[in-house]
Design a binder for this molecule. Structure first.
Ligand code: ADP
Ligand code: MG
Length: 702
C-alpha cells in the first residue's frame, strides 16, 4: 500500500513534462497523480458503431463517421470568425465547424485525407453540422487500436489543453499511463464486510473500470462503488461530528415545565396547536432533557407556524432558569419576530427585547445590563447578537431563523456565549429534499412541521399570459375593493440589473396609471433604496396605508402582512421554483382566500413551463423542492449554494437517493455498534478518513 504515490506531482508522469503539467494545473486543477485519477470521464462513447453521413442528423447523440475532407475555409471576421470544413463519404457531404482554436485546427486538417470524425450533430441553416468534433486521421491501424475499447472514455478538456494535444484522446493516453504505473498502489478504503455485504467492486478495480470499462455492466459497478464511497465518507464525517458533539459537550437540562410554559399554553395561546407542532415540541422536549446539546433543524413551510414552536421552546428554557434568543438574518425579519412574539405573550408576562444595528447606544447599554443581570429573558435580533459586548447571564437556547444565511462560524460564536453551549434550534422555511437535508444538515436532528393550521384556505395559483393582463387588473381591483392589499413582484437579477430596474420602474408607472390616486396608493420598494426609505415604504404597506406594493424580491423572506391577499409575480418564468414558492408564501396568511398570479410571456422554455405548472398544481413546499432538485440539480437548490458538502464528484443527490440512504444507514449501524471505531474490522475507516481529510484527525475537526 503506498498512498504517497498519488501525491506525486503530475510533471513526473510519462507523457506530461513541464509545459503540459502547467496547462493541466491551470486548466483542470490537476496537480498530482491523484487529481488525474479522479478526473473521471463525463461520458462514454460507443465506438463500435460508425454512421454514414446520410444517416447523421441532429436528433442523434454523439456519433462517429469516417469521411474524407474535401474543402476547408476560414469565414467571417473577429468574433464571427469560424473554420468550416466539408467532409464526404459515399453517401453525402457534411459540414464541420470550429469557432475557437481555429488556427490550430486549420493547420492539422488536410484536404484530401480521411478522418474519423466524432461529435454531436446539430442543425444549422437547415444543414446537418458538427461543431467542434474530435477528428483523428483515419487508418486501418487507428481502427484496430480502438476495437479493444468498446466504451471510450470522454474527458473534459479545453481549447488550451487541445493545443497541447490534450484533448479527450490525449488525456485518455495519460490516464492509461497513470493506471499502468500505479493501479497496484490504489488501496482499499472500506472494510471487507461492507464490500461483501453490498457486493461492491474493489477500489482498484473501480478506478480502472471507471476509466476503461470493457462493458456497460463493469462501468456501472465501478461508478456504483465510487459513488457509495463518496457518500459513505460524507456521512461518516457528519455522524462522527455529531457523536463527538454529544459526547464532548454537556447540554443544559430543561427538565421542568413550569409557570411560563404552562401559563402561555393554558391562557395565552390564541389557537390550538396543530398535530405537527405538538409532535415537534415533543421532539424538542425529549432532546433538551438528555443533558446533551440539542442541534435541531426545524423545517416547516411558510406559514406552518414555526414561530410559536420557537416561542414555546424559549419559555421552556426560561422555566428552567435560562435566557433565550432568536437571531434573524435581516432587520425587517428581526422586527417581525419581535412584534409577533410580543403579541403572542402580551404585556407584562415576560421581558422581551429587540437588538439590531439600529438600536441606539443608550438603549443598548440598558439592554446589555439587563442581559447580564438576567432580567431580560428573550432577546431578538440580527447579527448584532453575536458581538462580544452582548453577554448573557445564562443563555440556554439559541433560535436561528433562515439558517442558510448564516455560516457555521457564526453558529459557533453563539455557542460560546455560555460555558455549557446553548441548545440550538435552526428554523428554515425553505423546504429542502430529504437527501439534501441529510447531506447538508446530516449532523443535525431534523424536525418537520408538515401540516398547516386548520381552516386556512389554500392559496389559489393561476398562470396568466401577457395577453390576459386585463384580467389581472380586474382581480386586483376586486380584491382592493373588499379591503385587501396586493404585492407585485419583479425579478431583479444581478446580470441584468439595469434592465430589471427599468422593468420595475415601468411596472410602477403602469400600475400608478392603472390605479390612480387618490383612490389607490401604490408603494415601491427595491434594493437601490436607502434602508430608511425602504423601511418607511414597507411600514406604509404594513400599516395598510398603501394598497399595492410594487417590489423586487427584497420582500421574499418573512414579511408578514396578513391583509395582503394577492401576489402578482411578473416574468414568473424567470424565477426559480423555490423563490416562487417563497414569494407565494407572502399571501394566504389570513383567513381570506388568497391568490397568486404568475404572469409570463407567451414563449416558455420546457423547464419554465414545468415550473409554472408545478406552482399551479401544488402548494406543498417539499414536493416543490423535490421537483426543483430534479430540474436543476443539487448545487442549485436554494440554500445550498455556499455549501462545500455538495462538491460531489460522482454521486448525484437527485438521482442517487437510494444509495445515499444505504450509505447513511450503514454508517448509523457502524456507530451504533462501534462508536469509537475500535473493532479491528473498522480500523481501516480511521485510516481512510484521515487520508481523505488531509491527515486531520477527528479530534481536531470537531
Ligand atoms: P412560519 O412557519 O412561516 O414562521 P408563523 O409562525 O409566522 O409561520 O405562523 C404563520 C401564522 O399562522 C401566524 O399568523 C401564526 O399566528 C399562525 N398560526 C401558527 N400556528 C397556528 C395554529 N396552530 N393555528 C392557527 N394559526 C396558527
Ligand atoms: Mg417565520
Amino acid at each position: 500500500m503506498n498512498q504517497q504515490v498519488f501525491q506525486t506531482p503530475i510533471d513526473y508522469l510519462k507523457g506530461v513534462g513541464t509545459a503540459r503539467a502547467d496547462v493541466l494545473k491551470k486548466e483542470l486543477g490537476i496537480f498530482n497523480y491523484g487529481d488525474l485519477l479522479r478526473h473521471f470521464p463525463f461520458k462514454y462513447i460507443d465506438r463500435t458503431r460508425f454512421y454514414k453521413v446520410r444517416d447523421v442528423n441532429a436528433e442523434l447523440p454523439h456519433v462517429q463517421v469516417i469521411a474524407r475532407v474535401t474543402h476547408k475555409e476560414i469565414l467571417g471576421e473577429k468574433h464571427t470568425k469560424r473554420l468550416i470544413v466539408h467532409a464526404m463519404d459515399d453517401t453525402g457531404i457534411m459540414e464541420l465547424a470550429w469557432f475557437q482554436g481555429i488556427k490550430w485546427v486549420e493547420k492539422t486538417i488536410i484536404v484530401g485525407k480521411a478522418y474519423i470524425i466524432f461529435g454531436k450533430p446539430s442543425e444549422f441553416n437547415g444543414k446537418t453540422q458538427m461543431a467542434h468534433p474530435e477528428v483523428e486521421p483515419y487508418s486501418p491501424d487507428s481502427l484496430k487500436r480502438m476495437s479493444n475499447l468498446t466504451l471510450q472514455p470522454g474527458y473534459n478538456s479545453t481549447e488550451k489543453l487541445k493545443s497541447y494535444s490534450l484533448d479527450s484522446r490525449g488525456l485518455q493516453k495519460l490516464m492509461a499511463n497513470l493506471l499502468e504505473q500505479c493501479l497496484r498502489d490504489v488501496s482499499e478504503t472500506l472494510p471487507l464486510y461492507i464490500i461483501q455485504k453490498f457486493k461492491l467492486m474493489s477500489r482498484a478495480e473501480a478506478f480502472r473500470y471507471i476509466h476503461f470499462p470493457e462493458n456497460a455492466r463493469q462501468l456501472h459497478e465501478a461508478r456504483h462503488r465510487l459513488k457509495f464511497e463518496e457518500l459513505f465518507f460524507i456521512q461518516l464525517k457528519l455522524l462522527k461530528n455529531k457523536l463527538i458533539r454529544t459526547q464532548k459537550f454537556k447540554g443544559n437540562v430543561f427538565d421542568k415545565v413550569g409557570h411560563y410554559f404552562n401559563t402561555f399554553y393554558q391562557e395565552k395561546i390564541p389557537f390550538p396547536l396543530t398535530g405537527a407542532q405538538k409532535k415537534v415540541l415533543k421532539e424538542i422536549r425529549l432532546d433538551t432533557q438528555r443533558g446533551v446539546q440539542m442541534n435541531r433543524l426545524l423545517q416547516g413551510d411558510v406559514g406552518s407556524g414555526k414561530t410559536v414552536v420557537a416561542l414555546m421552546t424559549m419559555l421552556l428554557a426560561i422555566d428552567n432558569g435560562f435566557q433565550a434568543c432568536i437571531m434573524a438574518p435581516t432587520e425587517i425579519l428581526a422586527n417581525q419576530h419581535f412584534i409577533s412574539i410580543q403579541s403572542l405573550v402580551g404585556d407584562g408576562f415576560v421581558e422581551v427585547a429587540l437588538l439590531t444595528g439600529s438600536t441606539k447606544k443608550k438603549d443598548r447599554k440598558v439592554l446589555h445590563e439587563k442581559l447580564l443581570n438576567g432580567e431580560l429573558k428573550i432577546l431578538i435580533g440580527t447579527h448584532a447578537l453575536i458581538e462580544d459586548a452582548v453577554q448573557f447571564q445564562n443563555l440556554g437556547l439559541v433560535v436561528i431563523d433562515e439558517q442558510h444565511r448564516f455560516g457555521v462560524e457564526q453558529r459557533a460564536k453563539l455557542w460560546k456565549k455560555n460555558i455549557v453551549p446553548p441548545h440550538i434550534l435552526v428554523m428554515t422555511a425553505t423546504p429542502i429534499p430529504r437527501t439534501l437535508a441529510m447531506t447538508l444538515y446530516g449532523d443535525l436532528d431534523v424536525s418537520v412541521i408538515d401540516e398547516l393550521p386548520a381552516g386556512r384556505k389554500p392559496i389559489e395559483t393561476l398562470h396568466f399570459y401577457e395577453s390576459q393582463r386585463l384580467q389581472m387588473y380586474g382581480l386586483i381591483k376586486r380584491e382592493i375593493a373588499i379591503g385587501r392589499q396586493v404585492y407585485v413582484v419583479y425579478p431583479l437579477i444581478q446580470e441584468s440589473e439595469k434592465l430589471d430596474l427599468k422593468n420595475l420602474m415601468d411596472g410602477f408607472e403602469t400600475m400608478s396609471h392603472e390605479f390612480p390616486k387618490p383612490q389607490y396608493q401604490v408603494s415601491i420598494v427595491h434594493g437601490k433604496l436607502k434602508p430608511a426609505e425602504k423601511d418607511e415604504e414597507m411600514q406604509r404597506f404594513v400599516k395598510g396605508e398603501t394598497h399595492i406594493m410594487v417590489a423586487t424580491t427584497v420582500i421574499e423572506v418573512g414579511v408578514n402582512v396578513p391583509n395582503a391577499s394577492v401576489m402578482i409575480i411578473e416574468n414568473a418564468e424567470r424565477f426559480g421554483l423555490s423563490q416562487l414558492h417563497q414569494l407565494r408564501g407572502r399571501v394566504g396568511r389570513g383567513a381570506e382566500q388568497s391568490y397568486c398570479l404568475l404572469m409570463s410571456g407567451n414563449k416558455l422554455s420546457r423547464e419554465g413551463k414545468i415550473r409554472l405548472e408545478t406552482m399551479v398544481r401544488t402548494n406543498n413546499g417539499f414536493e416543490i423542492s423535490e421537483i426543483d432538485l430534479q430540474l436543476r440539480g443539487p448545487g442549485n437548490v436554494e440554500g445550498t449554494q455556499q455549501s462545500g458538502v455538495l462538491d460531489l464528484k460522482l454521486a448525484d443527490l437527485a438521482l442517487d437517493q437510494e444509495l445515499l440512504m444505504q450509505a447513511r444507514k450503514t454508517v448509523e449501524d457502524i456507530f451504533a455498534k462501534d462508536p469509537q471505531l475500535a473493532l479491528p474490522e473498522n480500523q481501516i475507516l480511521h485510516l481512510s478518513f484521515q487520508t481523505r481529510n488531509g491527515g486531520l484527525s477527528w479530534d481536531k475537526i470537531s
